[in-house]
Design a protein around this ligand. Structure first.
Ligand code: AMP
Length: 609
């Protein structure tokens, strides 16, 4: 294997990276560094994150920078603030043995004044996100006329995020004779266009096959019913007690909900999404980096550029529509030569997506089987025993308490003592998994499962429901039917006798779909408010008795619940033959906008205001 010394790097750089713990160059560093040092050339690097690509371009950049001068000689553009800070940290470390080295990060969401001051101090290397860089250029606060090298990192991500125009603007501000080094995990047409337009005869380095997921990532999918996704997530976490993972969700709302549930259920988890302030995000990332958090629940945008080593599992709570997004997600694990698992929790309808991703990454998913409750308990027990076995004992500190402790436990045999100690922690799992159902959905989509309803003992669902959504939420029969169908996956026309009231509603579904509908609304929020759904037990739709627990403020929902029977006198019941039901199915969709979660939420909000 080639050593860093053999690559031809400046001795001061080699000393710096040795202190960072870099012993040997990674494959992309072996390919790129000697070529970049030998000749001033353009370069296209096809490499995933985690391959060591930052050093592949960063070390030659530092090597060629004259730190006795103050002007900007190298510009690195990358998609996100997180990545920008990471690259800045890395390059500052690489150049730590040069006295006047100043690597400056320019990114949005922080004071531009401070950044301008840093530039004025003399920044030989600038690392920037596209939007803030354009801002700097427009304000005339940065001079790029002596830039020798521009690096475009994660070029595909930058184009995905809509930075095409900004990139064109930035590149047109830099000298014609500069060198451009472009790095991308994939090579879609847009990236190829940049390579064609801005580069001359580039060196090409590729790590792994083009568009392929990293070699050491194992891709696994678990097939569950849509309603069991959260239970499946918990089971995966419980079966992997040392998990250090990222859970990807599609929306900010879902990210928040899943994180809240995990926290409530006792996991070290938190969320990372665009609705958080910069300070909140920094705080979450800090806790994740120092492993106070075991599970980070994130949206794609928020998680871009996260560079944390040792991530053991990437979990796709929902698969992205674009297979390329999957490669970015899974690339958050198996970094720096480690191995990792990328898990997809899917329902039957998503099988097609698995196949698309397999084509994209050129690798097959393994179909996993979720462990049974007993298997989880066994795994937890063994983990606990190992922990006790390997526990560090502070002899000096514990010594003085031991005589009393020995005395207190003298009547208990060793075997009993072990049993009791383990039970202290283990009972929690035993209780939870005592009657745990098999979550694996078989290929026919049926599963023998007890239909006990939380909070309702073993009552069987009747098919008539109360829900705390009403006119105030912009609901009418049509929009409710579309929304409920979207949330539950049940046909819109299976929702009958929809009775919309001002703050809540009642509706019927066929009893065979009742459990599905009930479960699918469990973790849902509407415009930030928790949805409450309950079985309405009365015959023919009127709520029977049981009123004592109605009328109070509902948990989380903040709406009092009324009785259906009493509305009849308040408002004229239009009956269930709403417009939507009188029309044919095709008409329904053409006349009422098909519910699209985000669009419709905005639409409902607009109507409400
Ligand atoms: P990157 O692909 O540049 O995001 O790098 C992924 C991780 O690998 C970072 O944490 C780097 O610090 C680390 N790394 C890069 N090159 C080496 C190397 N030659 N030896 C050990 N670690 C490295």
């Amino acid at each position: 294997m080639t050593s860093f010394e053999e690559l031809g790097l400046n001795k001061r750089i080699i000393d710096a990276i040795k202190t960072m713990g870099f012993e040997n160059p990674t494959p992309i560093q072996q390919q790129a560094i000697p070529q970049l040092l030998a000749e001033k050339r353009d370069l296209v690097g096809l490499a995933q994150t985690g391959t060591g690509k930052t050093a592949a371009f960063g070390l030659p950049l530092v090597h060629f920078t004259d730190f006795d001068k103050r002007h900007t000689q190298a510009l690195i553009i990358c998609p996100t603030r997180e990545l920008c800070l990471q690259i800045t940290r890395d390059l500052s470390n690489f150049s730590s043995n040069f006295d006047n080295a100043n690597v400056v990060a320019i990114y949005g969401g922080a004071s531009i004044e401070n950044q301008i001051r840093e530039i004025n101090r003399g920044a030989q290397i600038v690392v920037a996100t596209p939007g803030r860089m354009v801002d700097m250029i427009e304000r005339g606060r940065i001079k790029l006329n002596a830039v020798k090298t521009v690096v475009l990192d994660e070029a595909d991500e930058m184009l995905n995020m809509g930075f095409k125009e900004d990139l064109d603007n930035i590149l047109s501000e830099t000298p014609e004779d500069k060198n451009t080094w472009l790095f991308s995990a994939t090579m879609p047409n847009e990236v190829a266009r940049i390579a064609r337009n801005y580069m001359t005869d580039p060196i090409e380095v590729t790590v792994g096959k083009q568009n392929q997921g990293a070699e050491n990532i194992e891709h696994v999918y678990y097939m569950v019913h849509a309603r069991d996704k959260y239970a499946a997530l918990k089971r995966i976490a419980d079966y992997n007690p040392d998990i250090f993972g990222i859970v990807f969700c599609r929306t900010r709302m879902e990210t928040q909900e899943i994180a809240e549930h995990l926290i409530k259920d006792g996991y070290n988890a938190d969320s990372l999404h665009g609705d958080l302030s910069q300070q909140q995000r920094d705080n979450v990332m800090k806790r994740y980096r120092n492993k106070t958090l075991q599970m980070l629940v994130a949206t794609d945008v928020a998680a871009r550029g996260i560079d944390v080593n040792n991530v053991t599992h990437v979990i796709n709570y929902n698969l992205p529509d674009d297979p390329e997004v999957y490669t970015h997600r899974s690339g958050r694990t198996a970094r720096a030569g480690r191995s990792g698992v990328s898990i997809a929790i899917v329902n039957m309808k998503e099988t097609g997506k698995i196949r698309d991703i397999e084509r994209k990454i050129g690798k097959q998913f393994i179909k996993g089987k979720l462990p049974s409750g007993v298997q989880v308990c066994e795994k937890q027990l063994i983990n606990l025993v190992n922990k006790i076995h390997d526990a560090e004992v502070n002899e000096q500190e514990i010594e003085k308490f031991l005589p009393q402790v020995y005395d207190m436990l003298k009547d208990i045999s060793k075997e009993d003592l072990i049993k009791r100690m383990l039970s202290e922690e283990f009972n929690r799992f035993l209780d939870y998994y005592k009657n745990a159902p098999d979550l694996n959905a078989d290929d026919r989509g049926s599963r023998d499962r007890k239909t006990s309803v939380a909070g309702h003992g073993n009552a069987q669902p009747t098919g008539r429901f109360f829900i705390n959504l009403g006119e105030i939420d912009g609901m009418d029969q049509d929009s409710f039917r579309t929304y409920a169908a979207d949330v539950s996956g049940v046909d819109p026309f299976d929702f009958k006798r929809i009775n919309i009231k001002s703050t809540f509603s009642f509706f019927d579904v066929d009893p065979k779909n009742a459990q599905k509908v009930y479960d699918s609304f469990q973790f849902k929020k509407f415009n930030g408010r928790k949805i409450r759904i309950d079985h309405s037990e009365g015959k023919g739709g009127a709520v029977s008795g049981g009123g004592s627990n109605f009328g109070g403020r509902s948990e989380g929902g903040g709406r009092s619940r009324g009785k259906e029977s009493s509305f009849r006198s308040e408002t004229k019941d239009k009956g269930f033959k709403g417009k939507g039901q009188e029309r044919g199915k095709g008409d329904f969709y053409s006349s009422s906008k098909k519910y699209n979660s985000d669009d419709s939420k905005r639409e409902f909000k607009r109507r409400r205001n």
